[in-house]
Design a protein around this ligand. Structure first.
Ligand code: T5A
Length: 219
């Protein structure tokens, strides 16, 4: 990757662990270093991808959504997002900070729903064409803590419980196991204890960012 190209940083973890909160923090931190950033999210990030997120993936329906349909919708949204937003931003030198990416698909649709990891890997190859995040922050907190934070935030915003949030505890345990295994396998992950007070979480993230910038992990 040339030095004129932006870096792609993703934020992963279970429900309510603080991804949206800390992505904002990293964006401000990078801007203080003179780096241009774009915050985006998955599923979503473009008009069409946001429709897939809100009208199809998160909405409740009168019929059950098949697991395969869910997987294909996630990757359809990602194809649109990569082509229309992520790749052009990176090419222009902007650093892209993305709230969830394919690690979420492996964790939710793979570990959570039990879909074939080979099928997910082949869709990933088709859609990403070899592209991977440069760095992934995995925010880790006990399930109950993340869920109570997510419920608190949703109540403050007057939001309804979405289709994913109606899943049973065992589903989210499998998802969490998926994230743990991914982080153990791949060096691009930076694991952060998100159960700490926010100031401590952000201190830990800033330390990691400094290391990544100074040791050449991201430049
Ligand atoms: N999905 C997604 C798939 O199934 N497959 C995929 O491939 C992809 C990409 C997305 C859903 O889609 C699924 C996974 C998800 O179920 P979403 O609304 O984006 O849905 O869900 P989340 O990503 O879980 O988003 P949340 O907004 O619920 O959680 P965040 O962003 O992790 O948490 P955040 O920052 O909003 O924080 C929640 C609350 O906690 C507070 C914040 O102020 C906020 O009020 N907070 C803290 N409080 C105390 N101490 C701290 N350290 C705190 N950190 C945050």
């Amino acid at each position: 990757m040339s030095n004129n190209t932006g870096r792609f940083i993703t934020f992963e973890g279970g429900e309510g662990v603080g991804k949206s909160t800390n992505i904002q923090f990293v964006s401000e931190w990078l801007q203080q270093q003179g780096i241009r950033t774009l915050i985006t999210r998955e599923p979503g990030g473009t008009e069409i991808a946001e429709k897939i997120r809100n009208d199809l993936l998160k909405a409740h329906h009168n019929e059950d959504m098949s697991d395969l349909a869910e997987l294909l919708l996630v990757f359809a949204a990602r194809a649109q997002h990569l082509e229309k937003v992520i790749r052009p931003a990176l090419a222009s030198g902007t650093w892209v900070l993305c709230d969830r990416f394919t690690d979420s698909t492996i964790a939710y649709q793979g570990y959570g729903r039990g879909l074939s990891k080979e099928v997910i890997a082949s869709l990933k190859k088709l859609v990403q064409q070899g592209m991977e995040p440069d760095c992934t922050f995995l925010l880790e907190a006990p399930l109950e803590l993340g869920m109570s934070r997510a419920r608190g935030r949703a109540a403050d915003a007057g939001e309804q419980v979405d289709r994913f949030e109606t899943e049973k505890l065992e589903f989210f345990q499998r998802v969490q196991q998926g994230f743990t295994e991914l982080a153990e396998q791949q060096p691009r992950f930076r694991r952060i204890d998100a159960s700490q007070p926010l100031t401590q979480v952000q201190k830990a993230i800033a330390t990691q960012m400094e290391q990544l910038l100074t040791t050449g992990g991201l430049v």
